[in-house]
Design a binder for this molecule. Sequence first.
Ligand SMILES: CC(=O)N[C@H](C=O)[C@@H](O)[C@H](O)[C@H](O)COP(=O)(O)O
Length: 228
Amino acid sequence: MILTLDGLEALRSQLIVSCQAYPGEPMRNPRTTGQVAASAVIGGAAAIRVQGLADVQFTRAAVEVPVIGLWKDGHDGVFITPTLRHALAVANAGAHVVAIDGTRRERPDGLTLAATVAGIHAESHALVMADCGSFDDAVAAVEAGADMIGTTLSGYTGERPKTDGPDLELLEQIASANLGKPLIAEGRIHTPAQARLAHDAGAFAVVVGTAITHPATITGWFKGAMHA
Ligand SMILES: CC(=O)N[C@H](C=O)[C@@H](O)[C@H](O)[C@H](O)COP(=O)(O)O
């Protein structure tokens, strides 16, 4: 199945669940990721976001809904699918959408964001989600040809404060600019009420990760509340 731009419409006002376990964690296993993803789909996730080539492959086999894939390489700077090589590998692993760093920062392979998006479009059937950290990133990513704009990196690039919950101000700013591409709210959406607020701020769809799929963090929230 290829996800077309028309097919993207099916994600309007829907919940996307990000299933990620981090290096060294007990759940860091592609089979487990696929099982968590399938569980999220039972709960109503309209698409799944996963990290790593094997996770993309296992998740494609485990669910029928669109898979947004990324490849995190490193922890600092440009690390979310940082180069065209990473992006094409994610597409080849079966991702319907490749999520890439969508900031205005210099990329490790020296390509512009526009050249990276063009390369993905030329060499694969995948759509491109640009993970942005600010309004200026979002404008530049639309100009660069990205198919979807995410607020994924708000609070992580120094351009925006790291809000406790979702960056609703940024969502409203991007939504009211009518940039012409689906706006995906992502990052620190920790409650159903926050998901609703992110949607009401103008997001086309909402991604929730940690609060649904990262038990170690969720456990810490409960424990912290009991001992505060
Ligand atoms: C900044 C960064 O590396 N974000 C990553 C991107 O894929 C993931 O670690 C997040 O879990 C994901 O964006 C979903 O956000 P949250 O887990 O806050 O719902």
